[in-house]
Write a protein that binds this ligand. Structure first.
Ligand code: AG3
Length: 286
C-alpha cells in the first residue's frame, strides 16, 4: 500500500510526499501534531496538517532565520525566540559563543516533547545551558518586556490557529519595546506567490513597517513550503541588513553552514520585481 501525506497549498494545489510510516500522531490542547518518516525528505513535523519542517530542508529555514541577524548585530548577548519548539533555531543560535542567554517561548509544550523524541537532529540544542524555555503565549510574554533583548526571532506557524497573535500590530509594537535600542527582530514572513499567502505577507509587512524604523524582507528557497519561495522579515531599531554586514567578522567565527554565506546574505535581500511591488504597496505611510 502506498502512503502519501498531502498539504493543500491553495484550494487547487497540493504538495504530496510519499511516506514510509507515521511515527507519531497526537492532539495537544492547541493543535494536531504528526510526525512522518519519508524516503525523500526524512522525518516531517506537521502541525494541524501543515508542514513545519522536514529533516532534508529545515537547514535552509533555520540558517536563514538565525545567521542573517547574527551577522549584522555586533554583539548579541540576549535572544528571545518565539515559537520554534522544534529547536531548529536554537541549534543555530547555540553555535555563537557570545550569546549568554536564550529565552524560548513556545505556546505548546507537546511540540517540544515530540521534537525531543522524534527529531533529535533538529532538537539537539534544547539542553543548552544558556536556554530557558517558557511554555506560554509569545504575545503575552513580550507585553511584559522592555529594553531587554538584542535579537527577537519570531519562528511562528502560519497566521491562523495558535500563531495568529504573532502577526498583529500589537505584537510587533511590543517586540520593538522589548528590544534594546539597537535590537533586531526577524520573523518568518510567509510566501509571496499564491494569493492568500501574499495577502498575509503584505499585511505583516505593513504592520512591521509601521512599528520599526528599518524594515526589509529577504528570501530563501524552501522546497516543502507553499510555492517553495519563502520570505523573512528583518526589522531593526538601528542596523541596516546589508550595509551593516561585517562579512570578515562572521567568517572568522568559523561557523559551519550549508545554505547561509555572507555572499548569499547580500543577495537574499534582492527580491523579484513582483515581490518588491507587492511590498512597496504597503510601505507608503499615510
Ligand atoms: N514555521 C513556519 C512554517 C510555515 C509553513 N507553512 C506551511 N507549510 N503552510 C516553521 C517552524 C520551524 N521551526
Amino acid at each position: 500500500m502506498e502512503l502519501w501525506f498531502s498539504e493543500p497549498h491553495t484550494p487547487n494545489v497540493r504538495l504530496s510526499i510519499r511516506v514510509d510510516r507515521q511515527l507519531y500522531s497526537g492532539e495537544s490542547d492547541l493543535q494536531k501534531i504528526d510526525v512522518f518518516e519519508s524516503p525523500e525528505f526524512g522525518r516531517i513535523l506537521v502541525l494541524d496538517g501543515y508542514v513545519m519542517l522536514t529533516e532534508k530542508d529545515e537547514f535552509i529555514y533555520h540558517e536563514m532565520i538565525v545567521h542573517v541577524p547574527m551577522a549584522i548585530h555586533p554583539q548579541v548577548q540576549k535572544v528571545l525566540v518565539i515559537g520554534a519548539g522544534d529547536g531548529g533555531a536554537i541549534r543555530e543560535l547555540a553555535k555563537y559563543p557570545e550569546i549568554q542567554q536564550i529565552d524560548l517561548v513556545e505556546i505548546d509544550e507537546e511540540v517540544v516533547k515530540v521534537s525531543k523524541v522524534y527529531l533529535p537532529k533538529v532538537s539537539c540544542a534544547l539542553e543548552d545551558k544558556r536556554l530557558q524555555i517558557y511554555y506560554e503565549d509569545g504575545l503575552k510574554f513580550v507585553r511584559r518586556k522592555e529594553n531587554e533583548y538584542d535579537l527577537i526571532i519570531v519562528d511562528s506557524t502560519d497566521p491562523f490557529g495558535p500563531g495568529e497573535g504573532l502577526f498583529t500590530k500589537e505584537f510587533y509594537g511590543n517586540c520593538y519595546k522589548a528590544l534594546r535600542e539597537d535590537g533586531i527582530m526577524v520573523n518568518q514572513h510567509e510566501s509571496p506567490f499564491y494569493e492568500a499567502d501574499a495577502t498575509a505577507c503584505m499585511r505583516a509587512h505593513k504592520r512591521i513597517v509601521e512599528s520599526f524604523p528599518v524594515s526589509r524582507v529577504y528570501q530563501a528557497h524552501i522546497p516543502t513550503y507553499p510555492s517553495g519561495h519563502w520570505l523573512f522579515g528583518f526589522a531593526s531599531r538601528k542596523y541596516h541588513p546589508v550595509h551593516d554586514l561585517d562579512e570578515e567578522k562572521w567568517l572568522e567565527r568559523g561557523i559551519e553552514t550549508r545554505y547561509y554565506t555572507p555572499r548569499l546574505h547580500v543577495g537574499a535581500f534582492c527580491l523579484p520585481g513582483y515581490v518588491e511591488k507587492l511590498l512597496r504597496k504597503v510601505e507608503i505611510r499615510e
